[in-house]
Design a protein around this ligand. Structure first.
Ligand code: FAM
Length: 468
C-alpha cells in the first residue's frame, strides 16, 4: 500500500491536542446526561409540536424531530454555529498568518468541543490534521480506475467508502467496545477523515482536470490553503482566502437538511463515520441540495450565452419565466428554513465585491439578485424567494478557474466537518437508532373526517370492482 504520508513537525503537540479534544468532550458528558435524564423522566410524555397531514406529505417540512446543540438555522438570522452568526465566525475565529479568513482547525474545534477556540487550539487541530494526512494508495488507484465521465461527487463518496477498512470505530465495535465508549474511536475516525479531505478533494480535481497530478500537501500550509496548493493554486493568495471563506461557510447547517439527516440516520445504526459520511455526500449530490452550486453556474452561463451581454431586468424576467415554464427550479434561490437572503450568500458577495467586482458572471449574479426575488415572490407559492449560499459560490470558484461540476465536492469537504461533529456527539449522548413510522393514506383518511372516510371506502370499493 503506497501511503503519501506527511509527517508533522509537531508530533508531541498533536498527541496532546488529540487527547484534549476527547477530554474536553468527555468533561461535558456527565452534566448533559443528568440534564437529559431529568428532562426525559419529567417531561418525556409532553407534546412540543404537532404533526399535520401537510407536513407528512410535504417531506416532513417544519417538523421538529431532531436535537442538536451544534448549529441552528434561524429563518431570519441565518446559520448560527454554537450560537455564533456567520459574520461573528468570520470576524472572531483565529486566522492563518497574514489571512483575513478563519483557520478551519478553529472552526472544527468549535463544532466538536463547543468552546470558542484560542489561536493555539485552532493551530492544535491543524497540527492533528497534518499528522493524519495520507490517502491509502489503493484509494487513488480506485479513483483512477473509474470511467472518465464519473461525476466528481461520485468519486468523492466512493473514496470515503473505500477508506472504511481503516475505521477504528468499526474495529472497536467488532472487538466488543461498550456503546457508551463508542464515540471515542469515532472521534479518531472523525479526525482522520477530516484531515484527509483537502488531499482527497485535490486528488479528484487533479484526476479530472490536471492530468492526474499527484496531490501532495505542504506541511507549512493550513488545511484550506493546502487544497489550493494541491490543485496548483499555491501561488494564488486570493484563491487561498476564498477557500478559507468557502470552507467556513459550508461547514454545517443544523441536523434536518438532507445530507445532515442522511448521515445522522445512517450513523444512528452505529455505522461508522466512513459509512455515514459517504451516505451524507450522496444526499448532498442532489440538485435540490448541494449540487445547486453547479446548477446555478450552468444556469448563469446559459443566460449569458442566450443574451451575449448583461441582460436587462426585462430579459432576465423572461428567461426566468421560461425556465419555470419548463418545469425547472431557479437554482440558488429558495430555502427550506430561511426566509431572507442567506448570510452565506452575503459573505461571498462581499468577497466578490472586494476581489472580483468586474467579473462578468458576478455582474450577472448581481442583476439576478435584483430581479429573481420579485419573480419568484410573484408566483405566490415560493416561501423564500431570496438567494441561498449556492446562488454565488460557483461564480467565485469559476473566477479562479475551478470547473462547475467540481464545486459540490468543495461543499462536501466542508460539510463533513459538521456531519462528523454531529455524529460524534450523537453517539457520546447515546442517541438511539432512528425509527419513525409510516401511515397509509387509508389510515390517514380514517383518522380524519367522515366524508373522507366515505371517499376512502368508495375508492376501495371501486378498486375491488376494478380488480374483479
Ligand atoms: N425555483 C422554482 N420554484 C421554487 C423555487 C425555486 N428556486 N423554490 C421553491 N420553489 C417552489 C417549490 O418547488 C414548491 O413548488 P410546488 O409546490 O409546485 O412543488 C413551492 O415553490 C414551495 O416550495 P418552498 O416551500 O418555498 O420550498 P421547499 O422548502 O419545498 O424547497 C428548496 C426548498 C431549496 C428545495 C427550493 O427552494 C428549491 O428547489 N430551490 C432551488 C434549488 C436550490 O437552490 N437548492 C439549494 C438549497 C441550498 F440551501 C442547499 O441545500 N445547498
Amino acid at each position: 500500500m503506497d501511503n503519501h504520508r506527511n509527517k508533522s513537525k509537531s508530533a508531541h503537540q498533536n498527541k496532546k491536542s488529540e487527547l484534549n479534544i476527547e477530554a474536553l468532550i468527555a468533561a461535558q458528558l456527565p452534566a448533559w446526561q443528568e440534564r437529559l435524564t431529568r428532562l426525559l423522566s419529567e417531561y418525556g410524555d409532553q407534546p412540543i409540536g404537532e404533526i399535520t397531514v401537510g407536513a407528512v406529505y410535504g417531506g416532513m417540512r417544519c417538523l421538529f424531530a431532531l436535537v442538536t446543540e451544534i448549529s441552528h438555522v434561524d429563518p431570519s438570522q441565518g446559520l448560527l454555529i454554537r450560537g455564533y452568526s456567520v459574520d461573528e465566525l468570520l470576524e472572531k475565529l483565529p486566522k492563518a498568518d497574514g489571512s483575513n479568513y478563519p483557520l478551519l482547525g478553529g472552526l472544527y474545534h468549535l463544532l466538536l468541543v463547543g468552546h470558542f477556540p484560542t489561536p493555539a487550539e485552532a493551530q492544535a487541530v491543524e497540527d492533528v490534521w497534518r499528522a493524519r494526512q495520507g490517502l491509502p494508495g489503493y484509494v487513488v488507484d480506485l479513483l483512477r480506475s473509474m470511467p472518465a465521465n464519473t461525476h466528481p461527487m461520485t468519486l468523492f463518496s466512493q473514496a470515503i467508502l473505500a477508506m472504511q477498512p481503516q475505521s477504528r470505530a468499526a474495529r472497536a465495535y467488532h472487538e466488543g467496545i461498550s456503546r457508551s465508549e463508542y464515540w471515542k474511536p469515532m472521534l479518531e475516525d472523525a479526525l482522520t477523515i477530516t484531515a484527509n479531505l483537502p488531499t482527497l478533494a485535490a486528488t479528484i480535481y487533479n484526476l479530472k482536470y490536471r492530468d492526474s497530478a499527484e496531490a501532495v500537501p505542504d506541511p507549512d500550509l493550513d488545511w484550506s490553503a493546502n487544497f489550493a496548493h494541491m490543485i496548483g493554486k499555491g501561488d494564488d493568495p486570493e484563491y487561498q482566502e476564498l477557500t478559507r471563506l468557502f470552507m467556513t461557510l459550508h461547514s454545517d447547517q443544523e441536523n434536518g437538511n438532507a445530507s445532515a439527516h442522511t448521515s445522522h440516520l445512517v450513523s444512528s445504526t452505529l455505522s461508522d463515520l466512513y459509512l455515514s459520511s459517504s451516505a451524507g455526500l450522496n444526499a448532498l449530490a442532489g440538485p435540490l441540495h448541494g449540487l445547486a452550486n453547479q446548477e446555478t453556474l450552468r444556469w448563469l452561463k446559459a443566460l449569458q450565452a442566450h443574451y451575449g451581454k448583461l441582460p436587462s431586468a426585462e430579459e432576465l424576467r423572461a428567461f426566468t419565466l421560461e425556465t419555470l415554464e419548463q418545469g425547472k427550479v431557479i437554482p440558488g434561490y429558495g430555502h427550506g428554513v430561511l426566509r431572507r437572503t442567506d448570510t452565506r450568500f452575503t459573505a461571498q458577495y462581499r468577497f466578490a465585491e472586494a476581489y472580483l467586482p468586474d467579473d462578468p458572471l458576478f455582474q450577472l449574479v448581481k442583476r439576478v439578485y435584483e430581479v429573481i426575488p420579485g419573480v419568484l415572490g410573484g408566483l405566490g407559492k415560493v416561501k423564500n424567494p431570496y438567494p441561498n449560499v449556492d446562488a454565488i459560490s460557483g461564480t467565485l470558484q469559476h473566477h479562479y478557474g475551478v470547473e462547475p461540476e467540481f464545486c459540490t465536492v468543495l461543499f462536501g469537504a466542508s460539510r463533513l466537518l459538521g456531519l462528523t461533529a454531529h455524529a460524534v456527539w450523537a453517539r457520546a449522548l447515546g442517541q438511539p437508532i432512528e425509527r419513525p413510522r409510516s401511515f397509509t393514506t387509508d389510515r390517514i383518511e380514517e383518522m380524519l373526517t367522515p366524508s373522507l372516510r366515505m371517499r376512502s371506502a368508495q375508492i376501495s370499493t371501486f378498486a375491488q370492482e376494478f380488480d374483479s
